[in-house]
Write a new protein. Sequence first.
Length: 163
Amino acid sequence: MVKLTKKARIDYARKEFDDINNQIKNKKELTHYDFLRIRNFKLQNFSAASEEEIKEKTKKAFELAEKNKIKEAIEELCKLHGIAIPIASTILSMKFPEKYAIIDRLLIEELGEKDWLNPAYSPRYKTDPKIYVEYINLMRKKAKEYGVKLRDFERGIWEKKTK
């Protein structure tokens, strides 16, 4: 296995995110291919969800997300097989980068919200939609304080923390 440099990983992540965003930003729902590409951006894995189920759930989640019903949009996406909050947040972020951010351990640590990483069972940020609501509101607030777009704020932290 070839080990990529930090710069190569960052360049790949930037290009892949932008390519996926350009591919899905005008769609009302995701195709199975879109869905798998987003999941693979965040985590190498596969899903047993059908094309029909993916379209149904993503369409409903996108409608909820457009109305800023954060918790409900995340919950809708988490109904898909193999999807937890980190992947659901990635889907929303790629569809609506101006409104949603990818939840990630590195960003949570940077924000100082260590309680969300509590490993007693499963880290809370992966399973509790209320944590994502708190997270996205905090991320939006911080991006506004710094006078930058949400995606740029998130990307900046991730790039800084990526080893």
